[in-house]
Design a protein around this ligand. Sequence first.
Ligand code: FAD
Ligand code: FES
Ligand code: FES
Length: 453
Amino acid sequence: MKSAAFDYVKPDSIEEVFSLLRQYGDDARILAGGQTLLATLNMRLSEPQLVIDITGLKALRGMRVQDERLHIGALVTHTEIENSPLVAQHAPMLSQAAPHIAHRAIRNSGTWGGSLAYGDPAAEWPCCLCALDGTVHLQGPDGARRVSATDFFQDLYTTALEPGEIVTGADLPVSTAADWYGFDELARRHGDYAVAGLAVAARFKGTVAQKVNLCFLGIGAVPVRAWHRGNRGGLPEGRARPVARSDPRAGDQAAPGHRAGASTADGGARQPQCNHSLTPETHMAELHSLQIEVNGQKQQRSVQPRQHLVDFIRNDLGLKGSHLGCEHGVCGACTVELDGHIVRGCLTLAVQAQGCKVRTIEGLSEDGDVRDLQEAFIRHNALQCGFCTPGMVMAAKELLQARPDATRTEVREWMSGNYCRCTGYHAIVDAICETLAARAQKGTGQPTDQVNA
Ligand SMILES: Cc1cc2nc3c(=O)[nH]c(=O)nc-3n(C[C@H](O)[C@H](O)[C@H](O)COP(=O)(O)OP(=O)(O)OC[C@H]3O[C@@H](n4cnc5c(N)ncnc54)[C@H](O)[C@@H]3O)c2cc1C
Ligand code: FES
Ligand code: FES
């Protein structure tokens, strides 16, 4: 599955974004983390003429506490929220919910603002923001405005975003000693979209709960606030209708657009769109010059904007170790490192990697920093056909660095973003756990052979 041709631009000012949105209207799409948009483009549920990459807008990054509210910029990634001490201190519910969002490679790219703008009723952030009495910040050519989270999510994949506006961030009250939070969800596998979930925010005076917000995800067209002051016991009318579900055979991990038709998430119509005459047959997008470092070697090529990073690596550079399976972010076969963090190569455009450092499985063999892991894979027969193995090793490599004290359960959760069709998972998990244990015994978190040297 490859997307139709489109043009690509990465503005460095928000005014330029508004100007392009005005010029192209519904033929333009905002690209943030791309973990939803690129899946829908790959499946041709949407065929925009122009993709506007907003990741160059520095003002949309960062988190801060101001006036007793935690402000999170639209471009903050799910992983940044998950790992943030500021979030853990001031919004512990978000720290609890973050690990439930997809898998590490997707959390490394997907953004807070992208999740809010998309408005998936099964997503974690919209539900948490409603439970926490959060506010979404919007900006358009005519200025900025703020909308309470409960008003922002209006219907299935439909938000209060007006055409030409973008989400710049959202804020929520900081937690106090009188507050209590809880978040949990029911999913078929860890990282799958939840079947249902519940976020709870309560404020106590002594032992008496003065205010309790319960917000459910996955049970209606928008996050459903089951109870709040002034709406005791009532569900907002018309908001608890059943949500269309994906084909259950897809493991409930299909990209959001796959589950409910196309979504523009930008205030436009919510149906698959192709309202222009540009198709790959009639439209060749302008080539972009790409300078990139892959496995320590500088490369320069011209690429079509629609080309995925993994296609570029395989076809243009001839590095065939990274594989293509599902091409919508589910199987993990295409996992590579971008500037030190794993990403889905099928949900990353090659042009997005301009100026970045990429590492593939071929790069690992050379410097040997996971030789102990590779040897453990062989010892445990953790591979047969080898199709999934490069993605497995790349994902496990980041686990070894980020979670050196991971338990077996945590290893299974982390690796749930990678599918293996022939070996089975026990041997793979055994190999990773053995490597973790060996490194812990050496007390360095480094490969055992390097420690011995
Ligand atoms: C396999 C898989 C599993 C997933 N599982 C989960 C899950 O369990 N829970 C969950 O919450 N999510 C899940 N996701 C989605 C993921 O969290 C996405 O990162 C998120 O929904 C969208 O964020 P993004 O930054 O990637 O947005 P993009 O994909 O870049 O954009 C999504 C949409 O929002 C628009 N948009 C993006 N940013 C803005 C902005 N600032 N202003 C206006 N419009 C904007 C885009 O035009 C697009 O229409 C999953 C994705 C995949 C591929
Ligand atoms: S996740 Fe990229 S090919 Fe399956
Ligand atoms: S080893 Fe064959 S798919 Fe995993």
